[in-house]
Design a protein around this ligand. Sequence first.
Ligand code: GDP
Ligand code: GDP
Length: 448
Amino acid sequence: MAKAQIIIIGRPNVGKSTLFNRLVGKKLALVDDQPGVTRDRRFGDANLLGLEFTIVDTAGWEDEDPDTLPGRMRAQTEVSLHGADAAMFVFDTRAGLTPLDEEIARWLRQSTIPVILVGNKAEGRASESGLLESYSLGFGEPIAVSAEHGEGFADLFQALLPHVEGKEVQEDEDEEDLAGPLKLAIVGRPNAGKSTLINAMLREDRLLTGPEAGITRDSIAVDWVWTDPKTKEARPVRLIDTAGMRKKARVVEKLEKMAVADARHAVDFAEVVVLLLDATKGLEHQDLKIAAMALEEGRALIVAINKWDVAEGPSGLFNGIRAALEEGLSQVRGVPLLAVSARTGKGLDELIAAAFELREAWSKRVPTSLLNRWFDDVLEKNPPPAPGGKRIKLRYITQAKTRPPGFVLFGTRLDDLPMSYQRYLINGIRRDLGFDAVPVRLTLRSPK
Ligand code: GDP
Ligand code: GDP
């Protein structure tokens, strides 16, 4: 199992090597009062209260001239950042912030790496003003530790957990990144036109790269290449087709049940799920059930109204379905809704283009700096309630995973955080951070 890689960054003498040694549990790094003793990157197997990851200590940021970052050191660190899952940005709470700390912070804010701000040498009261001052760096609340005395490590554990766990979750997703085929499932009630739609997609100029049997007994994957009519780009698609979709069920009363079971199979393998409706039937309870199931499984969802060629009163129909969806699928406002005709081919390219676009949002990672700025703003506008007069403290939010996006919220007394406030946060993430129509998860963690 690939371990998460956490990099330590900070100016010389803030205690990076001491922290490294503490986490690795061996006297590996050379500790010295002289600035700049640590010259090379070193890797260690860290174990923090059972949390295992690889830790990288970078070459220090020389401070001979605090106004300019020495290019060589900076390049070193930049290289290390590439493979890292998160950075611990260490500063010295006793010394307070220096121009070099601020320079590093500016630089880190421009990168996309999640940053955990670590205020070292925080034993005793001399650290208080340094800790307060550090909020100005824009990385949220600092984790106060004493590397030398082994204090604050439970908080550090909490802060690192999502990045280390997120890595484990994402492992087998690495190769399935955005360059891989779009895994698309078409689901819907019997006779919605799923088979016709799949055949229409695969027809004509579309290159079929060969059906590949046996993902499971009941479903097959069809790999083909879609050419984007706008950009002329050739993009791989893997259509998940289930046997039940192709064979007509004979027992009429079991039809509805089968539709959900088939959909479940297909959804398991998909990144994006297209729920196909029949324009002559409208939206029924069964459709909402399938849609809700796809979202619960964390899939990105598109709703397509098929048989648009025979739709009656199209604009009224479209708006009616839009309204019914918003009402029935409150968990994901703004699910893309498209009109298509499998028979005439209308809207098929738009449908596939929308699916690619949605996958991008579904796979996206928000830079921690942006996330924290958003979070501060949201808290300011609408602070969490104080049930029973006791304040709930929200400290930090981080995106722990993608595909689908998952966020972890840290704070105290989170058990008392009302569902309505959690929904407020989730809706805000979707609206403000570009996750429209994507299922977003929020996990709450309070330090013990
Ligand atoms: P680096 O240059 O960032 O790697 O810093 P070092 O790990 O070499 O530490 C620099 C100095 O800070 C050393 O004298 C350490 O003993 C001291 N130091 C490290 N951690 C702590 C701490 O938690 N509290 C105090 N008071 N001193 C510390
Ligand atoms: P499935 O059970 O969801 O796979 O549905 P089928 O693909 O077998 O289609 C059911 C019926 O709807 C067939 O008679 C199709 O010819 C018809 N159909 C499918 N798509 C369209 C369409 O876009 N327009 C019209 N008018 N009929 C369609």
